[in-house]
Structure formats: C-alpha cells, structure tokens
Design a protein around this ligand. Structure first.
Ligand code: HEM
Length: 286
C-alpha cells in the first residue's frame, strides 16, 4: 500500500504544472534529496520500510527497458570487440580473458543505456539465459508479468488511481500519459483497461519531464525510496543513532565515493567521464 499520509497526489499534480525541473525538485518534494555532507534526523518509526510488491515485482524492473543488447568492450580507450549480451549469460569465462574485467568495466562506464520506453532488447526477451545448444532462451518481460501476477500485484489502472492520475474507463483515457500507437498495441492483447499489467502500463507511460520514469512508476519508486530513507533506522546518513557514521569523510565516502573509487582507482580504466551523472549536466537518458 502506498503511504497514505504522504502527499503523492499533490506532488504529481505539481509535477504536471511545473514541467522542466522535476528530477531534483521531485526529490525535494519528497524530502529525499541526497548529497549533503550532514546527518538527517527525520527517522520515523511509524513508516514501514519493507519493500513493496509493486516496487520489486514491477516498478523497479523499469531497468529492464534500459538494457543494451550489444556490449561494446573497451580496452586502452578504444572499442576492441562487440558481443551480444546473450554471450555473457552463465559465461563468466569471458571475464578471464586478457584484460577481461577491465574491458567489461570500461564497457559499463562508457556505453550509454537504452531509453526508458516499451521496447526491450531481444537479448532478454528471446535469449535470456540461452543455452547455445538450443538457440533460444527465456523472456524477461513474461517473467516480470508472471511474477507480478504470482504476487497478486494489482493492475496498472489501480495504480493510476492510487497515484492520482485518475482511473481509466476506456483505453482512450490512457492517452493523457501513453502514446496512441502504444495504446493501440495494448488493445490488441488486453480486453479491458483493468487487465493491463502494472509493468506494461508503467513502461508505456511517457517520462515525466526531467525524470526517467513516467508518473505511475515515479510514484511507486518515490514511495519506496521515501520509506527506505525515513523508515529504516539503519539508513547510512541518519544522525543520533548508536551506529551513525562519523560526520565528515566517513559519511561522505558512503555517498557515491564507492563507485568513483572503483573507477578512478584502477590504472587500467582510463578516466571515466562522471560529468554526465551530475544533476544539471543537461544529459538526458533517452
Ligand atoms: C542485463 C541486465 C539484467 C538482466 C539479465 C536481468 C534479469 C532479471 C531476472 C532474470 C530477474 C528475475 C525475474 C523473475 O523471475 O521474476 C530480475 C529481477 C529484477 N530485476 Fe533485473 N535484470 C537486469 C537488469 C536490471 C536493472 C538495470 C534493474 C533496475 C534498474 C533491474 C531490476 C530488477 C528488479 C527490481 C528485480 C526483482 C528483484 C526481486 O524482487 O528479487 N534489473 N532481473
């Protein structure tokens, strides 16, 4: 259940009215901004930080739309090889070749992700964990849908209502957030608006300006991040707790220092570009 006492509906309404700077504004509205080198004191024991079904079985799987099907391996600053993602499944041997791990980490920090949309690479919809002897693999989207249904996650339309977008009565009612050709495709496979799976509806929404996700996934993911940050007594930047980090470098090093150190600490990895990760860099994910 989404947190009732938090003003999700208002946040979303606000987003609609003030398109343009949603990313940091959104985090500000939820009070979950990070990056300041000081403690937070807003732990609230009445907030349940348990991971919600809607988040794990559908919304945070949005990452599956970003997966690149072709991995471009880099070494010494230049692309040395391209391999289909299916080659990597259950095949750690590829990392043991000469400079294998370095080339792979370079690929991860150099290649951009695919856009957030309703298109997902065949590498995971037809060749997931493929056994080369058979030439076909599993379908990650089917797994996502089946997992949500197993877990009793409600349909997309119910979450539209919970998140303040309004319940759709006809497929055309989706048009405020979903492109017409996608709605047309949905109509071919779903009889009723209430049947549309949360994962399908969520990845079909146009992203909110300045954010990666559409409004329904933004609402579910925002709810979860808020719960984790304010409802988990062991969240790393809480002050006034027996286990709190020492302020200053310790607290800071937990904040993003980790991945930066991995990249910058290895001479085999030529200066990864972290600029685009900065807010306000103007880089969009799409
Ligand atoms: C090559 C990249 C990836 C592959 C092959 C992959 C594959 C999978 C598979 C096989 C599952 C379990 C499906 C099931 O049986 O229900 C899964 C679950 C999941 N994936 Fe991915 N995934 C990838 C990337 C991502 C990314 C980038 C994200 C998010 C940003 C993500 C988020 C999730 C989440 C939240 C779950 C559910 C975890 C749980 O509740 O235990 N995945 N993924």
């Amino acid at each position: 259940m989404l947190l009732k006492k938090e003003p999700y509906v208002n946040v979303l309404r606000d987003l609609d009215e003030r398109r343009g700077y949603v990313g940091s504004r959104y985090m500000g509205n939820f009070g979950i901004r990070v990056g300041e080198a000081r403690y937070r004191y807003d732990y609230d024991p009445s907030i349940n930080p348990s991971v919600t079904n809607a988040f794990a079985a559908a919304a945070f799987r949005f990452g599956h739309t970003l997966i690149q099907g072709l991995v471009q391996l880099f070494g010494g600053g230049v692309q040395t090889e391209r391999r289909e993602l299916r080659d990597f499944f259950n095949n750690p041997g590829l990392l043991y070749g000469q400079n294998g791990l370095d080339r792979f980490i370079n690929a991860l920090v150099t290649q951009s992700v695919q856009g957030f949309d309703n298109l997902i690479t065949k590498e995971v919809t037809e060749h997931l964990f493929e056994d080369r002897r058979h030439g076909f693999g599993m379908d990650l989207v089917s797994l996502n849908l089946q997992r949500s249904r197993d877990h009793g996650v409600r349909g997309y339309n119910e979450y539209r209502e919970l998140c303040g977008l309004g319940r759709a009565r006809t497929f055309n009612d989706f048009a405020t957030h979903i492109n017409p050709q996608v709605i047309g495709a949905m109509q071919k496979v779903y009889e009723n608006v209430d049947d549309v799976d949360l994962f399908i509806g969520g990845i079909s929404e146009r992203p909110v300006d300045g954010a990666l996700l559409g409004p329904t996934f933004l609402c579910i993911v925002g709810d979860m991040f808020l719960r984790l940050q304010k409802g988990d007594r062991f969240f790393y930047d809480l002050g006034n707790q027996p286990h709190s980090f020492t302020p200053g470098p310790d607290l800071l090093s937990e904040r993003g220092g980790g991945i930066r150190k991995v990249g910058c600490g290895s001479p085999a990895i030529p200066r990864p570009q972290f600029g685009p990760w900065k807010e306000g860099s103007g880089v969009t994910f799409g």
